[in-house]
Ligand binder design. Structure first.
Ligand code: ADP
Length: 212
């Protein structure tokens, strides 16, 4: 469990606001036997975090949110399409050898495989290692033989939140998800790969939120 700590003073401010809302900064300062100037940074933090609402000439209200709700709201507001990377894609006929070279050149851990332009599979580092141990001829065997195949691919839509994508990544124990758009050709539904979201993208958001 992550432990996000507010200071003792910030906790006390929240308690006072919960009890007395609307309450002015003078009243809070008086209750805590501090000056308004001393309290200003704490009130600024609590207001910016969305835990307190400040209304001019009225005072502070409690928003009903705690630190976890605030973080949840922030993450839940970010859509997958905002943080996606460029997908690395090969055809099912590509040889395992060529796909390994592509993985090195493009510096990714997962390659998506398409057939007639639609997603048909995923290959990861471990799939290549397995095929090497299996002793196949990597110059002859196509990736279609070793990849994880549809319908067993876990995907993300551009509109879903990065929180949902992160949950899928954790639940299915994979490194990345193809971001897809549904294509209906009248006969069947397929998926066009328009991006990639990986553990790295999610770590980057985490770092950016921390810096903010
Ligand atoms: P690594 O091989 O580096 O551990 P993963 O953990 O992502 O990478 O892959 C583990 C297995 O899951 C591999 O067999 C791979 O083909 C498969 N896999 C990877 N991504 C997905 C996905 N989005 N949906 C379904 N299977 C996947």
């Amino acid at each position: 469990m992550i432990n996000i700590q507010l200071s003792d003073r910030q906790e006390k401010i929240i308690e006072i606001v919960k009890e007395k809302e609307p309450v002015t900064s003078e009243e809070i300062a008086k209750r805590l036997k501090l000056t308004r100037a001393t309290l200003r940074p704490d009130l600024a933090i609590l207001t910016m975090a969305g835990i307190l609402d400040a209304r001019p000439k009225v005072g502070y209200f409690y928003s009903g949110k705690n630190m976890f709700n605030v973080i949840y709201d922030q993450i839940n507001d970010i859509k997958v399409s905002k943080v996606k990377s460029v997908p690395v894609i090969v055809n099912e006929e590509t040889t395992v050898y060529d796909a390994i070279v592509t993985m090195f050149l493009e510096d990714v851990g997962t390659i998506f495989v398409v057939s007639d332009g639609l997603l048909s599979g995923v290959i990861s580092r471990k799939d290549f290692l397995k095929s090497a141990i299996g002793g196949i001829d990597i110059n002859k065997v196509p990736v279609g033989i070793i990849m994880t195949r549809m319908p067993n691919i876990v995907m993300a839509s551009p509109e879903e939140s990065i929180l949902d994508a992160a949950v899928k990544i954790m639940d299915h124990e994979v490194d990345s998800l193809p971001i897809v758009e549904e294509v209906d050709n009248g006969k069947e539904v397929g998926y066009k790969v328009i991006g990639r979201i990986s553990k790295t993208n999610i770590t980057r958001i985490f770092v950016d939120l921390g810096k903010e």
